[in-house]
Design a protein around this ligand. Structure first.
Ligand SMILES: [Mg+2]
Length: 245
């Protein structure tokens, strides 16, 4: 059962949840109907609509035309807590420049591989070089040996090196501490391994965490639910969420 809209906050992952995964991060498509659903839902939820993504906040805001009241980016590494507010960043380390050099050489050596720089870390995408995935991982993993301040994380056809200390669970807690989210019950929706942290965090706060493959099938299924929920007819879920704790 979902908490009713007047008591709920909706916290959404973006890629693979709102948007179909595309060959490269830049080639995702945002349908006008999705933006219309999100705008209507923001009103229905008294503003309590947030996106929690691994992407930089600026990219989320550009793609979703700044509709979400709050955006957490970089797996909890950055937060725009309110419309037009400055981006806040928890104190976290930045990946050494030498690691970026390793990543640049890897990308140069594997046709189709793509380097995405983030404020404190980076992502090596291999969606267009699928055969190179394990080789790239094997080249990145030694960088982290003996270090607890960074983690190497699997994403959709990508490896990400990011600082330890922030994740999507801390992002859920940070968003839920602010108005208009505070006092409401979170409904978090995500599709990826890293979203399991956020699902657990939402449940711990008395809310609900929904794993896209289990509950909606895919991002099109999520968009269909959002469209119904935005009009007021379709708030209930067709399939019951599984508990992940
Ligand atoms: Mg995702």
């Amino acid at each position: 059962m979902l908490p009713p809209p007047d008591r709920a906050a909706l916290l959404l992952d973006m890629d693979g949840t709102l948007l179909d995964i595309a060959p490269t991060p830049d080639s995702v498509v945002v349908a006008p109907s999705l933006l219309a659903s999100l705008t209507a839902l923001r009103t229905r939820l008294g503003g309590a609509l947030a996106v929690i993504s691994g992407r930089p906040v600026e990219q989320v805001d550009a793609l979703l035309t700044a509709i979400p009241t709050a955006v957490s980016g970089e797996h909890g590494g950055a937060l725009r807590p309110a419309p037009n507010a400055a981006i806040e960043r928890p104190d976290l380390p930045t990946a050494p420049a030498a690691w970026l050099g390793v990543a640049e050489r890897l990308v140069a050596g594997h046709r189709g591989a793509l380097l995405e720089r983030k404020a404190r870390g980076f992502v090596v995408h291999y969606r267009l070089a699928p055969h190179a995935g394990l080789t790239i991982r094997a080249a990145l993993a030694p960088l982290l040996v003996g270090r607890t301040d960074f983690v190497l994380m699997a994403a959709h056809m990508a490896w990400e090196i990011r600082p330890n200390g922030a994740d999507k669970a801390s992002a859920v807690r940070a968003v839920m501490a602010r108005p208009p989210f505070a006092g409401r019950l979170p409904i978090f929706i995500g599709d990826d391994l890293t979203d399991r942290d956020a699902i657990a965090a939402a449940e711990k706060l008395g809310g609900v965490g929904l794993f896209v493959p289990d509950v909606f099938g895919d991002a099109a299924g999520v968009r269909g639910w959002l469209a119904g929920a935005a009009t007021g007819d379709g708030w209930a879920l067709r399939r019951a969420p599984e508990r992940h704790r």
